[in-house]
Design a protein. Sequence first.
Length: 83
Amino acid sequence: MITSQDRIKYQYFTDDSILGIKLIGGMTNKVLLAYKKGDKRIESAIKILMGKKTNPNWIRGRIAEELFDRKMIDIDEFDKMSA
């Protein structure tokens, strides 16, 4: 569900992008770290949740940003994930 606050915060994003950002933001640290480490089951599950048309690089970048925001990776790890 997209709230009016979401629309303000993500005013330049599409509805699908906002939903993806919220979905990733709701994932546990354990899931995000498993994705970062290359857990194929987690990668597959996230791809299914996000939809087949979602660019995997976008997913990886959003997960990197979420991990960085949670202070679970440093800027160097962020850059590696986002490259």
